[in-house]
Design a protein around this ligand. Structure first.
Ligand code: HEC
Ligand code: HEC
Length: 466
């Protein structure tokens, strides 16, 4: 009898022990997280109302060739992939993108520079094309591509918020029609046209020379004519098909939600608790905006991200960026930028709409306490040369004065930052760090190259192919 009681007391003590200390407290964290996962209705899989294309489909294959084709830029130097390469997280690893007029068009990464010592002209950071199929409502930092109703999509070609009849069927197709019309990204000063549509038609004409067979295959129309097949609507549709096939969501966090409690480290679990617990209840409240399985509410907020670079001709300095205000013209939209998704965020840096932060820790500290962090911002973290910084303080101050939408956390522990960062690193699909896994989305050197202008990007440091 005595021994049974002793065993019982021993068991009781060890349970208490389990629930209150270090590594052994895991089951409690897991049950708290399970509750949060339920209350946030998470499944680990972002939903989309459109079918996701397969990268091996003929249309996505044509789209890949076009996405990597320098023929789509005014001076034949710049492809979509010049700023959105799978090996660079679907972006370019630059704070601010470099398009036409680059020193060496094939070089990507921080060694990609403009000719001479020109300062970066593209005013914003290139978001990832990974998982772009999951956006339901808006694209771009300032949401200028927006699905305004079931009837259609608004774009910069029409007054906001009317529907653009040429936008195409998906947000991604609507977007793909614009980089080619931007003089800093792809158009350059080499193509003159006062209407975007004239530009697009001129590019379609340019493709007629060598691309007919590719379009016939892509659109499964063996004896289609160039006139029927090589249209701006078709090339943007094919590009979108390729981009929408870039689905990388097999993350440790998804595994965890699906039941593998070992998929996350203890620190990442603590980070998840902070992320999903509101500030009122002692958490960091990140899921208020980075909500759902895609980690975004597709809304826009002023978070006073440091304003580096050329900006968008706004403010007294002429180098500020008013974000959504540029689209809607509403005073209240000044400095609002779209909540980014955080899936694969580990590989999509630098972070923020102008790429001001070059570490996940730094951007996390900013999200915990925006004003403090913006005021203490240190531009020496930038690895990219030739970024305009002269109005940085004044521009950022204007965003602060306009009023931010985040309640700063009064006390920030460095361990909270570490846990949050470890949680966000658990949002990385291993495929995005694996050249072999990504190879389906990168053309081979011996693939048929219709006009010899496929981008085979190089790492500027090592000279090796990406
Ligand atoms: C010079 C670099 C550059 C080139 C070339 C370029 N992009 Fe981008 N891309 C950007 C930047 C910068 C943004 C963000 C612009 C903004 O939000 O104002 C962007 C935004 C996007 C987005 C929106 C993603 C999101 O989450 O909202 C998509 C999709 C995209 N680009 C696809 C393309 C396609 C397709 C092409 C080729 C037709 C292309 N890009 C060419 C730099 C580039
Ligand atoms: C009020 C809404 C809101 C809250 C709360 C919020 N964020 Fe954000 N987050 C944003 C917006 C908006 C941006 C983009 C701002 C910009 O680029 O100007 C952003 C950007 C980020 C980025 C950069 C992503 C990229 O691709 O550049 C990270 C990382 C991030 N947030 C993490 C967090 C974390 C961690 C928390 C909690 C501590 C948090 N956020 C809380 C709205 C929010």
């Amino acid at each position: 009898m005595k021994t049974v009681l002793q065993i019982w007391i021993f068991l009781l003590l060890s349970t208490i022990n389990l629930s209150s200390y270090g590594e052994q407290a895991l089951p409690i964290i897991d049950s708290q997280l399970t509750t949060l996962i339920k209350s946030h209705n998470l499944t680990g899989i972002p939903t989309s109302n459109k079918n996701i294309p397969n990268i091996n489909s003929p249309k996505a294959q044509l789209g890949m060739k076009l996405f990597y084709s320098k023929t789509l830029s005014g001076d034949n130097t710049t492809a979509c992939a010049s700023c959105h390469h799978p090996m660079l997280g679907g972006g370019d690893n630059l704070s601010l993108s470099v398009g036409v007029d680059s020193k060496n068009p094939d070089i990507m990464g921080i060694h990609r520079e403009l000719k001479g010592s020109d300062q970066a002209r593209v005013p914003r950071n290139a978001p990832t094309t990974f998982n772009v199929a999951f956006w339901k409502r808006v694209l771009f930092h300032d949401m200028r591509i927006e699905k305004v109703s079931e009837l259609g999509i608004t774009t910069p070609d029409v007054p906001y918020p009317t529907i653009d009849p040429l936008a195409g069927d998906t947000l991604v197709q609507a977007q793909a029609r614009f980089p080619i019309t931007s003089s800093d990204e792809m158009r350059g000063k080499y193509m003159n046209a006062s209407f975007n549509q004239t530009m697009r038609r001129a590019l379609a004409k340019r493709l007629e020379k060598n691309w007919l067979e590719e379009f016939r295959k892509g659109f499964d129309y063996a004896d289609g004519s160039a006139e029927d097949l090589i249209t701006e609507q078709n090339f943007s549709e094919a590009i979108a098909e390729y981009e929408r096939s870039q689905v990388f969501i097999n993350t440790p966090w998804k595994n965890y939600i699906e039941g593998n409690k070992d998929a996350l480290s203890t620190s990442a679990k603590k980070g998840a608790l902070l992320f999903y617990t509101s500030q009122k209840k002692g958490g960091a409240g990140c899921a208020q905006c980075h909500s759902g399985d895609f980690f975004t509410d597709e809304m826009a907020y002023n978070t006073a991200m440091p304003q580096i670079g050329a900006g968008k001709d706004n403010g007294v300095t002429g180098s500020n960026d008013y974000g959504c205000n540029l689209v809607t013209k509403k005073e209240d939209d000044k400095f609002r930028f779209r909540t980014p998704s955080l899936i694969n965020v580990e590989v999509t840096g630098p972070w923020g709409h102008a790429g001001a932060y070059t570490s996940l820790e730094a951007v996390t500290r900013h999200m915990l306490s925006p004003i403090k962090s913006a005021k203490a911002y240190d531009p020496s973290q930038l690895q990219q040369k030739n970024i305009a910084l002269k109005d940085l303080k004044q521009n950022t101050q204007e965003a602060i004065d306009t009023g931010i939408h985040i309640t700063p956390k009064p006390v920030i522990n460095e361990s909270d930052v570490t846990h949050l960062v470890n949680f966000m690193k658990a949002l990385t699909d291993p495929c995005v760090k694996d050249r072999a896994c990504l190879s389906k989305w990168i053309p081979n050197e011996n693939d048929n190259d219709p006009d010899g202008r496929t981008l085979h990007a190089l790492n500027g440091k090592t000279g090796e192919r990406l």
